[in-house]
Design a protein around this ligand. Structure first.
Ligand code: SAH
Ligand code: SF4
Length: 357
């Protein structure tokens, strides 16, 4: 059988059954240039069946650039002494959510480095007050690894969702991306805890992170199928000049788009963002991401004066714009894809409600 025919067959099978064997995923990934258009068409069709043409927006508030961790890929790592550090007060965060609310946002994502200044008491107060002011909004947290008790308290305070990318499904690979004090097992425990506590959980990983192989990518798909997250954040790795990975190549547009398509067919109901990192490696990255099956965008609501300081990677886009400008720009961009931005909470229509990863 010709390669193209075999790819078509596998894509049809994935479209129908939502799972392939590792070797089959691998075959598609290795022949992605031959079958990408077919994949994207089926992936977009699947997203349309589940979510229609709706694209959900989440307002991202990058509230702290302090981090006690030292992930080798990240510009906020503690060893980067060139990083400019800031913290937003509760008042500043509430100002961002008020602005966002007026612009139509109904989900806020609070993301930051692992910053111990944000104790459980402080985070609880922030979450409670956002929910008090905007009871119709969902609050998503992305603050890295915390204790079960901490996750429990934040859930109790009103947090609805939690994003914690697993970064890689392979323990050996995880160890190449992180310092020895961080562990794959701990990451998995955290994801487990979050699920048990009833959060809608977002996992995810970078495309083209250093030492990642195509086998790793095939394994990611099987791993995602197993843990069945409500959301999956993927974007290209982009080197940051002040990290040990500064000379490593960035992940590519074509591999990121292809993986978005495969994820959409593997987990039809998953919330799948077209990330800022994707928009950074290509000016049309986010639109192309939508065409490949993504259905979420996360525009920046952080105050203008801190945006340039939240540099996970080099050349991040939208660091000079106001929130209102961002949303107008995105609306126009998305219209061109035939989709439309909607402003409801956009809860997940799927995800595994088992309490185990
Ligand atoms: N501190 C939290 C949240 C902030 S980092 C945490 O680590 O979970 C959010 C995500 O940014 C990380 O999960 C990682 O996948 C991504 N990221 C970090 N450095 C990056 C880089 N150089 N290129 C692309 N994505 C990066
Ligand atoms: Fe800190 Fe998150 Fe960056 Fe790791 S990826 S250094 S935990 S901000």
């Amino acid at each position: 059988m010709k390669i193209k025919e075999k790819c078509s067959l596998l894509i049809d099978q994935l479209y129908e059954k939502h799972i392939l064997h590792k070797e089959e995923y691998l075959f598609l990934i290795e022949n992605k240039e031959i079958c990408k258009d077919e994949l994207f068409q089926k992936a977009r069709e699947t997203a349309d069946q589940v979510y229609g043409k709706d694209i959900y927006i989440r307002g991202l508030i990058e509230f702290s650039s302090w981090c006690r961790n030292d992930c080798l890929y990240c510009g906020l790592r503690r060893s980067n002494h060139n990083a400019e550090r800031y913290r937003l007060s509760e008042e500043q965060i509430l100002y961002c959510t008020d602005t966002g609310y007026q612009l139509g946002f109904r989900t806020f994502v609070l993301q930051g480095g692992e910053d111990p200044w944000y104790t459980d008491e402080r985070m609880e107060s922030i979450v409670r007050n956002i929910k008090k002011k905007h009871p119709d909004c969902a609050v998503t947290l992305s603050l890295g690894e915390r204790s079960f008790e901490s996750y429990r308290r934040l859930k109790e305070a009103g947090a609805d969702r939690y994003l914690l990318r697993h970064e890689t499904a392979c323990k050996e690979h995880y160890e190449k991306l992180h310092p020895p004090e961080m562990s794959f097992q701990r990451r998995m425990e955290c994801l487990n805890d979050l699920k048990r506590l009833g959060y809608q959980v977002g996992a995810g990983f970078m495309i083209g992170s250093p030492y990642q192989t195509v086998e790793n990518l095939a394994e990611e798909l099987l791993f995602l199928k197993k843990i069945d997250p409500h959301m999956c954040g993927i974007g290209p790795f982009i080197p940051h000049k002040d990290t040990p990975f500064k000379d490593m190549p960035a992940g590519t547009l074509s591999m990121t788009l292809f993986m978005l398509g495969l994820i959409r067919l593997t987990l039809p109901k998953v919330l799948l963002p077209a990330t800022t990192a994707l928009g950074t490696i290509d000016p049309m990255g986010r639109e192309l991401g939508i065409m490949a099956g993504a259905n979420v965008l996360m525009p920046n609501l952080s105050p203008g004066d801190v945006r340039k300081k939240y540099m996970l990677y080099d050349n991040k886009i939208c660091t000079g714009d106001e929130a209102a400008q961002c949303i107008e720009c995105l609306k126009k961009r998305i219209e061109k894809t035939g989709c439309r931005i909607v402003t409801d909470r956009g809860d997940s229509k799927g995800g595994n409600d088992n309490d185990q990863i």
